[in-house]
Design a protein around this ligand. Structure first.
Ligand code: MV4
Length: 451
């Protein structure tokens, strides 16, 4: 079938490659924007048309709203896919795209704004009777207000920036002295980073897992695609993700997925999104943390266990189409694990390490997927985050998926630069990881022992 629609891809790296593929399979023309550092990238090579949007530095290219809109207008793009990071959750960008008459392949700018403000998201979620972490109602006006609340909530607690997300503007607080010191610090940092110094506080949930629910909406129908366990993180960066979360009972899983759906319905969500929860392994309680209004890096594990192409669905609904299936047609089978492959040296405190890829190879077999921007001869630029790609394995159950991952990592070769492949080889052979005895604090402690 021929299709006259076109999508401008306002991103780079592996996600730009992923969106190019989805568009090609849908028969949609792609317009790939690029900075001077990305002229030789795989995303540019595979796109139908490519447009330069500025110099290497992101502030002048991938974060430059005017240049991206100008590229969309001059190329006659019907829609813009924002990928993740950069402008993906910037409500001003989404609003500017909406006003230009071009479709934004994501939720409305209002939904991005409402959910992007963590305090307004918490208020919405509580009003739906979904548990949030015990803490302040709304923003905490100043230090003395925080001190009064802390008496009630108790220590340890977390100070968080209302405008933050993904871990920025967060401080753990163990004592009253910490509170006096960190409250003004966190507020100043939030103001400088987000233009909004607003803070809220929450009780600190220790030994929790990070579980998130994938959702899809078309403004009329809402689906959950079950959960992922993303507990293995370092400095708030995910390293390894799985689906399903084998620690959950069927009852807890259902409660969490239904909670995520309620939130989507309440904002008439359109596109792909993720609702993050903290799961307390001792009490088996879960708490809403935040909602991400974008496609996420780790979406492939959900695609493997559900068979749904999430990127294609988000493009279809972004153009005003309807979701291609119903909740009762969805089920989760087997187990998937994703390893993030970064251009970093784990033995040198994960120092980013740009350079040229001289060799890349891995076993191509069923249940193995490598979503990546790499090819032999590719020069990894030093200007952006260090994610090169994601290795995803799928099998009937977790134990078989672990065995497959061991085999694939053993045969996985990237030469020219250090990568996190060796880290994953150590992880997949670790007794606690194999047994699933991990929480959000596990990886950093484990790294202290290993390196
Ligand atoms: C928390 C928490 C414990 N208690 N909130 C870090 C990133 C941001 N999205 C939320 N984060 C956390 N919030 C309360 N009330 C622990 C973390 C946290 C964390 C969460 C998910 C995955 C890894 C983490 C590592 C450290 C802290």
């Amino acid at each position: 079938m021929t299709d006259s629609r076109s999508v401008l891809i306002a991103n780079r790296g592996e996600i730009a490659v992923r969106v190019n593929k989805a568009c090609r399979e849908l028969g949609i023309k792609t317009i790939q924007v690029y900075s001077d550092a990305d002229i030789d990238s795989l995303a540019v090579k595979m796109s139908d048309e490519a447009i330069r949007i500025g110099p290497a530095v992101s502030a002048k290219s991938y974060l430059n709203i005017d240049n991206i809109l100008a590229a969309a207008k001059s190329s006659g793009a019907d829609a813009i896919h924002p990928g993740y990071g950069f402008l993906a959750e910037n409500s001003e960008f989404a609003s500017a795209v909406e006003s230009s008459g071009i479709k934004f392949l994501g939720p409305s700018s209002q939904a991005i704004k409402l959910l992007g403000d963590k305090v307004s998201a918490r208020e919405l979620v509580s009003s739906l009777n979904v548990a949030t972490v015990p803490g302040s109602d709304g923003r905490v006006s100043d230090l003395s207000h925080a001190q009064v609340l802390a008496k009630d909530i108790g220590f340890p607690l977390m100070i968080k920036a209302s405008a933050g997300g993904g871990g920025r503007g967060i401080r753990p607080v163990y004592t009253g002295d910490d509170l006096s010191r960190y409250f003004p610090q966190a507020s100043a940092e939030a103001l400088a980073s987000f233009g909004d110094g607003g803070l809220y506080i929450e009780k600190y949930i220790a030994s929790a897992r990070h579980i998130e629910v994938q959702i899809l909406g078309d403004g009329e129908t809402y689906l959950h695609l079950f959960e992922r366990d993303c507990s293995l993180q370092r400095r708030r960066q995910k390293v390894w993700e799985e689906a399903p979360a084998t620690c959950l009972s069927d009852e807890t899983r259902k409660g969490m997925c239904d909670s995520a759906l309620k939130i989507c319905q309440a904002v008439r969500y359109r596109g792909a999104g993720t609702v993050e929860f903290l799961y307390d392994t001792n009490s088996e309680d879960y708490y809403f943390l935040e909602m991400n209004t974008r496609i996420q890096v780790e979406h492939p594990v959900t695609e493997m266990v559900t068979g749904i192409d999430i990127v294609k669905e988000m493009i279809c609904v972004g153009f005003g189409g309807k979701l291609s299936l119903k909740q009762n047609e969805l089920k989760m089978t087997g187990h998937a694990i994703e390893c993030r492959i970064n251009a970093e040296d784990p033995s040198k405190d994960f120092m980013p390490w740009p350079g040229t890829i001289s060799k890349i190879s891995f076993p191509e077999q069923s249940g193995v997927r490598f979503d990546s921007m790499l090819f032999e001869g590719y020069e990894v630029p030093p200007f952006y985050d260090s994610l090169l790609g994601k290795l995803i394995v799928y099998d009937q159950d977790r134990s078989r998926a672990i065995d497959k991952l061991k085999h694939v990592l053993d045969k996985f070769i990237i030469e020219g630069i250090p990568t996190t492949v060796r880290l994953h080889e150590k992880l997949v052979n670790d007794g606690d990881v194999i047994a699933g005895r991990v929480d959000i604090e596990f990886l950093e402690k484990w790294l202290l022992e290993q390196f």
